[in-house]
Design a protein. Sequence first.
Length: 313
Amino acid sequence: MPDHTTPHPGPQQPPPHHPFEALPAPEPLKIVVADDNPVVRAGLTALLSGRGDITVVAEAADGRQAYEAALQHHPDVILLDVRMPGVDGISALPYLVQIAPVVMLTYSRESEIVQEALRRGAGGYLVHGEFTADQLVAAVWDIKEGRAHFTPTAAGALLAQLRQGQGGPPLPEGLGSATAYENKHPAHSHAPTQHPTPPADFNVPGTPVSTISSENLSQVQPSVGQSSSGWSSGRPVAAPDRARFQLSTREAEIMDLIASGMNNQQIAATCFISEKTVKNHINRIFAKLHSTSRSEAAAKWLGTAPGSGRGVG
């Protein structure tokens, strides 16, 4: 009689490892967004969290909240505004950079603020309206890896400040002068700055800002388009009287973007609104500025139109 017993298959062997098998996806980049404007926070969170490789782990409305969120979540990068009520970004910066790389993401474009932010440890400085969504994402990843990023206004302000020749440590011997060998200046070195632990309540802004202008950074930031001042040839330029135009905060923001040369599509992407909404805002802006073109409106907004009365300091 034939044997119909099924032979025992023996121990199962695991399938061979395929040399081109995909590696597990890396953990998404963890971001803390700190800005006192809830619309800006929501827009940045929606933009960054919509990607699979980035997640916003916390939002903060001032420097103290940003510090507490950073301690809790240990983010990879912190996006930090400059002007916030309570503890402003410049005051919080020395404490935040001890936890994670920080990039300033702000409407503040004054040269002194850019310089002070870098002195206090910021890894980059991005001015709203001067970058696309893809450029922001690239900047976040680069700053995580220690590569600095600046948008044009910040880079120009920093360059103007450096060209003013405000002095600094002497060069090592033999550099910069034919008589340097005779001067015998000792090489100048910088010890790493040690920043103290913030106070328990963190209610008082940090150490005084040595090179910031008299403007108090702890005050709530005024309407975006009506609070910024410009720079010309490295010299401060008095801001035009924009309050007389009576633009809303959103209209002032859009007018700033128009003046920077952005088209309607770029403005819509930056403000997270539709192009139709942008057009409606522009129509109201033109009516309030008594202008019929973008160039005419920009000239009045920037104070460069004839009779604007904008002075140079």
